[in-house]
Design a protein around this ligand. Structure first.
Ligand code: ZN
Length: 53
């Protein structure tokens, strides 16, 4: 069973593929599929815009 790291809702793999970004159905946080099998997710990296220096 894989859970959202933010709200601990159970996240179903469905037809997601490794590297896919999706929103948690419970809290809406962006998650990334880190491993397809066994299914594992992590918080998607926040937009790391290069603001220039
Ligand atoms: Zn969540």
């Amino acid at each position: 069973m894989t859970q959202c790291p933010e709200c601990e809702a159970v996240v179903q793999k469905g037809d997601k593929i490794e590297g896919e970004i999706f929103s948690c159905p419970e809290c809406g946080v962006e998650l990334e599929v880190t491993v397809a099998e066994p299914f594992a997710v992590a918080l998607a990296p926040q937009e790391a815009e290069d603001w220039g220096e």
